[in-house]
Design a protein around this ligand. Structure first.
Ligand code: BGP
Length: 462
């Protein structure tokens, strides 16, 4: 296969709450993730008496990052996407002074990456926020949280200005529609108005920190991060086609605001029709004009939409309104595998926004079983990723500007939706099981050598 450009950024992506562990070390405060032991859709324990969670230790990246980064470097990574846990910097979220131990930890992490010539990409908020801001302020429903988030972002921009040149605001901001607690810090059972009000505050916060980043680190790039949910009409029935357009807009609305700097008419109509009352001030409108430099997104699957409500049954996955596509196979978790969909999505996002794109999550969650020699022969993962990367190359041939690709979970980590480790994504196996047992030892899977070769050959080996 033809090579990718030599400046294409290859790497992997992780999130603080899914790898670090050390949930009480270094002065860290309690985050929403710490009180959701079963993942982002699970029930909340408020940690009275402490409920065990795999995330308490996760894969102990907090202590083992030098070993893990050495392995990423061995694969040839040019970039690693991590997130900063807001609660390591501001344990409660509303303090005036940051926690030095938390800041120092990420200094060491970024220095270790630099030692190996790996760039850092940092998500400011990956599915978590200080729990104190939820209990005391009502999460993002409260405008004051914008100020706290901006303060946090400015602190880390200033501190890491020389070390981090790639930033993302909110992970999968469009998931705020589905994961009220994690995304927008609201309790279950809140109204749609509450959700959109909180989302508006997040969008304003996102634009404010884009502005702050441009001012404080002029040579950095800051992007948004969307769940790349591609949906097809189940049939060519016109109502199915229109329903699909509307479903697409539900998640693309976030991109429209972050890339075009204004609320689209279809959303304002939706608010009117549903009686949703979101206060958008003149100042907000002005702030929102600060748009992102590039668009980043995750892509795992596609799905179908039907206008026939009786037919519309849920499949398991991140995009909750999809019905299964009869032409596609699914992963063990029902996520339908669609490499061509990635080419379609890249083209659609490029046509819509004309901003550079970065695939910051893609991969296959699977239950890996070591063979008799203790090796993981994960040909299924290799085939999934190979097929997707071939389509990325096709999209680039179509003229789409793609900056890079960071696979999700290059090392096994705790699943966001399940809170378990048995849904594995890694090129590197971590000896830990769902019951918490295991030595945490790291082992290279077959896919480790496959990805190493892909990077070494700039994709020619695909
Ligand atoms: C995305 C999240 C990640 C990650 C991934 C896989 O939605 O941004 O945090 O976890 O999905 O999902 P899961 O862990 O549920 O398999």
């Amino acid at each position: 296969m033809k090579q990718f450009p030599t400046d294409f950024l290859w790497g992997g992506a992780v999130a603080a709450n899914q790898v670090e562990g050390a949930w009480q070390e270094g002065g860290k405060g309690l985050s929403t993730s710490d009180v959701q032991p079963k993942g982002i859709f699970g029930d909340v324990s408020d940690r009275k008496g402490h409920t065990f969670s795999l995330k308490d230790t996760a894969i102990d990246f907090y202590h083992r990052y030098p070993e893990d980064i050495a392995l990423f470097s061995e694969m040839g990574f040019g970039i690693l996407r991590v997130s900063i846990a807001w609660t390591r910097i501001f344990p409660k979220g509303d303090e005036l002074t940051p926690c030095e131990a938390g800041l120092a930890y990420y200094d060491k992490l970024f220095d270790e990456l630099a030692k190996h010539g790996i760039k850092a990409m940092v998500t400011l908020s990956h599915y978590e926020m200080p729990w104190h801001l939820v209990t005391e302020y009502g999460g993002w429903s409260n405008r004051e949280v914008i100020t706290f988030f901006e303060r946090y972002a400015k602190v880390v921009f200033k501190r890491y200005a020389e070390k981090v040149k790639w930033w993302l605001t909110f992970n999968e901001i469009n998931m705020s529609l589905h994961g009220p607690l994690t995304g927008v810090g609201l309790q279950d059972g809140c109204s749609e108005s509450d959700v959109y009000k909180a989302i508006h505050h997040q969008l304003v916060a996102s634009a404010l920190v884009v502005r702050a980043c441009h001012l404080l680190i002029p040579d950095a790039k800051i992007g948004n991060m969307l769940l790349g949910g591609l949906v097809y009409p189940l049939t060519c029935q016109p109502n199915d086609v229109f329903e699909t357009l509307q479903e697409n807009r539900k998640w693309l609305f976030f991109g429209d605001v972050q890339c075009r700097g204004t609320y689209p008419g279809y959303m304002l109509r939706y608010f009117r029709d549903k009686g949703i009352d979101v206060v958008i001030t003149e100042e907000d409108k002005h702030i929102l004009k600060q748009t992102v430099d590039f668009i980043s997104f995750s892509y795992y699957m596609s799905g179908c939409v039907t206008a026939d409500k009786a037919l519309s049954k849920k499949i398991r996955g991140n995009i909750l309104n999809m019905v299964p596509n009869p032409h596609l196979q699914a992963s063990e978790w029902g996520w339908q595998i669609d490499p061509v969909g990635l080419r379609t999505l890249l083209n659609e996002l490029w046509d819509r926004y004309q901003k550079p794109l970065f695939i910051v999550e893609n991969g296959l969650g699977a239950k890996d079983q070591p063979d008799e020699q203790g090796q993981i022969q994960d040909d299924y993962r290799i085939s999934y990723m190979n097929d997707h990367l071939v389509q990325v190359r096709e999209a680039m041939e179509d003229g789409v500007d793609v900056l890079g690709y960071t696979s999700w979970g290059p090392i096994d980590l705790i699943s966001a939706s399940k809170g378990e480790i048995s849904k594995r994504y890694g090129f590197i196996y971590v000896d830990r099981q769902d019951d918490g047992s295991g030595t945490l030892a790291r082992t290279r899977k077959k896919s480790f050598y496959w990805y190493q070769e892909v990077i070494r050959t700039h994709g020619a080996s695909l």
